[in-house]
Design a protein around this ligand. Structure first.
Ligand SMILES: [Zn+2]
Length: 253
């Protein structure tokens, strides 16, 4: 059930009568190599949410497609053409405004389903600010869950994705996991002939400002995605959809 497709009267009736869980997918518009779309971090949580909300009669709200500034060690950095980001402070205020609006309209259960690492602290700040503001207005019964979908990839899924061992989750940007999941969820969005297969990025332990582009591969992928397959992606999608179908309604009980 997509909120954006509903008439306000239908949405209002649902909120009043069913107190549904509303899932807000949170992503980014960030380069994901030459083989994946810029909106990959937004598309994955959106497509997952559309698959698991029917299990509990939930609603998928429009996705936050712009995210917090990309960093070299997690997303390649903000200097890539098309990586179109918000400052964390702007993002936190945007999240706060939207969560507050949902709270004011009577939504009690909200899930922020995140697909972009850099969003994390600012997403939390936005949610906390919204709850403080709502409380001031006497609305005290809104609960929000922040859930980064990739945190649910357990040891078993990790072994499926990386039969020869995982190099580093930090270097998985646009690599095996995201490429496999996109192959499963939306194969037409993956340019199979353009998957780079280079050695992993070699970053120093420190960070340099202004950003030093030298250790960042020019194609933006931080480790090889060559071993991505749709089968691996389906294993992740099926496991996460089953897990979230059960975990999310339980978290609100
Ligand atoms: Zn990503």
């Amino acid at each position: 059930m997509r909120m954006a497709d509903l008439a306000f009267t239908e949405y209002e009736a649902l909120v009043r009568e069913k107190s549904p869980i509303v899932v807000i997918p949170c992503g980014a518009l960030e380069q994901h190599g030459p083989h994946l779309p810029l909106a990959t971090d937004a598309m994955i949580p959106t497509m997952l949410a559309e698959r698991f909300v029917p299990a509990f009669g939930g609603i998928v709200a429009p996705t936050f497609t712009y995210g917090v500034r990309s960093q070299p060690k997690s997303g390649g950095g903000n200097h890539f053409c098309g990586t179109t980001s918000l400052w964390g402070s702007t993002y936190a205020l945007m999240v706060a405004d939207i969560v507050e609006e949902f709270g004011r309209h009577g939504v009690k259960k909200i899930v922020m389903l995140d697909g972009h690492t850099e969003n994390q602290p600012f997403l939390v700040e936005g949610v906390e600010r919204a709850l403080v503001n709502l409380r001031r207005d006497g609305i005290t019964d809104v609960r929000v869950i922040r859930l980064a979908y990739y945190m649910a990839i357990d040891a078993k899924l990790q072994a499926t994705l990386f039969p020869d061992g995982l190099l580093s989750w930090d270097l998985e940007h646009a690599a095996v996991m995201e490429t496999s999941v996109m192959m499963a969820l939306s194969p037409s969005h993956v340019r199979l002939d353009r998957i780079p297969d280079d050695p992993p990025a070699d970053f120093p332990i420190y960070e340099t400002f202004p950003i030093d582009p030298a250790p960042i591969p020019c194609h933006g992928v931080l480790s090889s995605a060559k071993s991505a397959t749709a089968e691996k992606g389906r294993a992740v999608v099926d496991t996460l959809v089953a897990e979230f179908s059960d975990l999310i309604p339980r978290a609100f009980r």
